[in-house]
Design a protein. Structure first.
Length: 144
């Protein structure tokens, strides 16, 4: 069954950043479901249906912070890409790091895009616009 709904899975330990993204979606009338995780460990639990309270449904894309406790974004990407059930997940990095080596390292892990939080505009407006256009232009994979 085809559906117009898409979920954004936001993995970020910064509550202020998470709330800003959620508010931006509401302000710009972005019709995405949002699921959040505080770090890579919780993110993998949710993706693997091992979390006691949270789950995620296809189609979805991941917004991933790099600097997090327990399991950072790079460690998360390593686990994700090594898991045959998850390795096709679409991941956009949304981070404070404007470091070229972080950007190159992330793209080497097959991310779809790299965004620096301070550059995505007031109230994450550019992020909202990007995801709206992305959703209109692509078809994300669904579980079989």
């Amino acid at each position: 069954m085809l559906t117009n709904e898409m979920t954004v899975f936001l993995i970020d330990d910064d509550d202020v950043a998470c709330e800003s993204v959620i508010r931006s979606f509401k302000k710009h009338d972005i019709p995405f479901n949002i699921v959040t995780a505080n770090d890579g460990v919780e993110g993998l639990e949710i993706l693997r249906n091992q979390h006691p309270k949270k789950n995620i449904h296809d189609p979805f894309l991941i917004l991933l912070d790099l600097n997090m406790p327990r399991m950072n974004g790079f460690e998360f990407l390593d686990e994700l890409r090594d898991d045959p059930n998850l390795n096709n997940c679409v991941v956009f990095v949304l981070t404070t790091s404007n470091n070229d080596s972080d950007r190159a390292k992330a793209y080497n892990k097959q991310i779809a895009g790299y965004m620096v939080k301070s550059e995505v505009g007031p109230q994450f407006a550019k992020l909202s616009n990007l995801l709206t256009q992305y959703k209109a232009a692509v078809t994300l994979p669904r579980a079989s």
